[in-house]
Design a protein around this ligand. Structure first.
Ligand code: 28F
Length: 681
């Protein structure tokens, strides 16, 4: 067996599977087997990880092929189905993967595509293939990591089929009938011996497919969950315009969406496509979502900087040459207040950099985007004077506020309110001073704060109690935010400063844990706090320092046994278990349910079958020992880590929950746990 690490270099290497010296079929297929064997041995190298994210990456890889076929102009409809048996299928109405003998390998091209590492990839820069996930590893990896795959191709009047197990064909490509349509169908069942979980999440799948439908105008993507009987159809005739409106659906908008598109072809003939849509809303934060080849570039990159510099330059030119009456010098920040923008570029050979490999590094893209935006935005401003006026007015207000805010900030700074030497009075700090081992609990309410202070391990756990609701920073300018006592307390306790001055190396705690009640008010407070972090300390989230504590909802008590449940299903499970114990020990079963109120603090308790079931109304009702053992003790608690993963979704959730319109909020309040991933602690 070769040293597999030499074969694998997912981002840079082009696998030379079509080289003429490989024309011996048996020799070639041995190489194929070795390739796919490597994928099974080290799946994380190909798909990122073997958790929920990697699992969903499989769907992505298959859908990417359909998207490529659509971008080539041959496919309009894609159907993604999560099957009852745990599998997933993707169907498109493209040309169908060629089934005839492969010019070099003799065997069916379909088999080559399905079983050869990188065979479906792009072979030259002029090929249409631009999509391809973060890893862009191709359908053969999906095949290798599936216990069963079935492909059906309809093409040239016929229907063909092949099946595989662990990436190895179980039958050769067979003609199974006639067909008047064309297209490709891929069904796969992920290998449960490889993945930590093989349960596809509808919401996660649908969120990504919606995004793809926005980014690739006019394609229709139907998402079906056969297990639950849901179906959602994504089709956006307006493409990025619809995307911007969707993101801003909770906001009052000031302008119509400005749409810019352009293309650059260099001397070598390689094409870069640029598509941007933006508009302004009545809020103060900037909201830019950027994509390269349909991949969300969370950390931005040259496409984003090109857009930003062109926006500043063009709008400043307009103000100076057309409006003429301003006395203030406008900065880039002034033009980004209330801006919502989607930037989507298609680049033949993207280079990804940064902490999460989601930052575009190609230097040439900055100039390409800048030139296109300068040109098209100038045209827009000239022909839409009303929108231009609104944008300029908004920027002038922002500039005034910025100057005002700087004065106040200076005042606050001079007073020393934000100096980390003066820690907030209500902070109960921990005694250790190795930040990476320390935690801070930001706790809603004084009484819960009291319990937490008593229950904690004061060596490494600090408690910061907050009074009531904190400021909605999405609707407040910086100086207002800095006048807010709760915000000030958080900033000084963390020690990092905020916004552009944010410095992660100054963070005083390795874990920042939000602890609020499990009810609607608690959820509101959590969202407000997350908005604060999202807007002013994004890196803290990216760096994985932000967590949410999970207090239990129920206490179940039978005799001396006390158990806690974190949701209804768990509660019922425990009751069932305790009941079975009843039978074993022949305890008299009290069938009648009687309401009792037992113990201080706990809301309503009922006695059912001899089990006392108490529902905690809030954190404040737990005594210090209970709070410690259920929610704060690292050995027994469950924390949720806040991730920015689906930045588009997170932004949207924040926007919708925190925006000015009330309507969309209701729909979202139930779903707002999406940007939080479970963490095994
Ligand atoms: C459900 C997933 O994979 N759809 C695809 C095509 C169409 C062609 C193609 C795919 C041939 C040699 C690479 C057809 N006719 N959906 C899909 N639709 N791949 S994948 O060609 C693959 C190349 O190696 C296709 C003419 N050209 C291309």
């Amino acid at each position: 067996m070769e040293d597999i690490t030499e074969i694998i270099d997912i981002d840079n290497s082009e696998f030379e599977v079509f080289t003429p010296d490989e024309d011996n079929y048996s020799e070639g297929s041995i190489k194929v087997l070795e390739g796919l064997e490597a994928v099974r041995k080290r799946p994380a190298m190909y798909i990122g990880d073997i958790g929920e994210r990697g699992l969903h990456h499989l769907i992505q890889e298959v859908v990417d092929n359909s998207i490529d076929e659509a971008l080539a102009g041959f496919c309009k409809n894609i159907i993604v189905k999560l099957h009852k048996d745990g599998g997933c299928s993707v169907q498109d109405d493209g040309r169908g993967i060629p089934t005839g003998p492969h010019p070099v390998k003799q065997i069916s091209t379909l088999e080559v595509v399905m079983c050869t590492l990188h065979a479906g990839g792009k072979f030259d820069k002029n090929s249409y293939k631009v999509s391809g996930g973060l890893h862009g590893v191709g359908v053969s990896c999906v095949n290798a990591l599936s216990s069963f795959v079935e492909v059906i191709v309809e093409r040239e009047g016929k229907k063909y089929r092949q099946t595989y197990s662990e990436g190895i064909p179980t039958i050769s490509v067979q003609e199974i009938g006639d067909s008047e349509r064309t297209g490709t169908y891929v069904y796969f069942r992920p290998d449960a011996t490889i993945f930590k979980t093989v349960e596809f999440k509808f919401q996660r799948t649908a969120d990504r497919l919606r995004e793809l439908a926005f980014l690739n105008q006019a394609i229709t993507i139907t998402t079906i969950d056969e297990r639950e009987g849901y179906e959602e159809v994504f089709h956006y005739q307006g493409g990025l315009r619809d995307f911007v409106e969707y993101v801003d659906s909770g906001e009052k908008t000031l302008t119509k969406p400005v749409y810019i598109a352009g293309e650059d072809v260099n001397e070598a003939g390689s094409r870069t496509q640029v598509e941007i849509c933006f508009q302004y809303n009545s809020n103060y934060s900037e909201n830019v979502l950027s994509y390269v080849n349909n991949i969300n570039t969370i950390e931005g990159g040259t496409h984003v900087s090109g857009f930003r510099s062109a926006l500043t330059r063009t709008l400043n030119n307009y103000v100076n040459n057309v409006v003429k009456k301003n006395k203030l010098q406008l900065t880039g920040d002034d033009f980004r207040e209330g801006l919502t923008a989607i930037i989507s570029v298609k680049v033949p050979e993207p280079q990804f950099e940064g902490q999460t490999k989601t930052k575009l590094g190609n230097g040439e893209i900055e100039g390409i985007v800048r030139a296109i935006v300068n040109d098209k935005l100038t045209q827009f401003l000239d022909s839409n004077p009303n929108d231009a006026k609104k944008i300029v007015e908004k920027a002038l207000l922002a500039a005034e506020a910025r100057i005002e805010s700087r004065k106040k900030k200076e005042l606050i700074r001079r007073k020393g309110a934000l100096e980390s030497s003066t820690l907030p009075g209500k902070l109960a700090d921990c005694s250790m001073n190795t930040p990476e081992d320390c935690e801070i609990y930001i706790v809603e309410g004084d009484s819960a704060g009291g319990s937490a202070k008593q229950g904690r391990d004061r060596r490494f756990q600090a408690i910061l109690p907050l009074k009531g609701k904190i400021l909605n920073v999405q609707k407040a300018r910086v100086h207002k935010m800095l006048e807010n006592d709760e915000v000030k307390a958080i900033f000084t306790a963390l020690g990092t400063s905020y916004g552009e001055d944010f410095d992660i190396t100054k963070l005083r705690y390795g874990k920042v844990i939000l602890m609020a009640d499990a009810d609607v008010d608690g959820s509101h407070i959590r969202t407000l706090l997350m908005t604060l972090f999202f807007n002013y300390m994004k890196e803290l989230i990216l760096n994985g320092n932000l967590y949410i504590a999970q207090p239990p909802l129920y206490k179940l008590k039978k005799g001396k046994t006390e158990l806690y449940a974190f949701n209804d299903a768990e509660r019922d499970e425990i009751i069932e278990r305790l009941r079975k114990d009843n039978v074993k020990t022949k305890t008299v079963v009290v069938v009648d349910e009687e309401q009792i109120n037992e113990g201080e603090g706990e809301e309503i308790s009922v006695r059912r079958d001899g089990i006392i079931i108490s529902r905690f109304k809030g954190l404040g009702e737990m005594n210090p020992e209970q709070l410690w053992s259920t929610t704060m003790n690292p050995d027994t608690r469950t924390l949720l880590q806040v991730s920015i993963g689906e930045a588009a979704q997170a932004t949207l959730v924040f926007q919708t929950l925190m925006g000015d319109k009330v309507e969309p909020r209701r729909d979202f309040i139930e779903k707002n746990a999406q940007y939080v991933k479970n963490l095994d602690v």
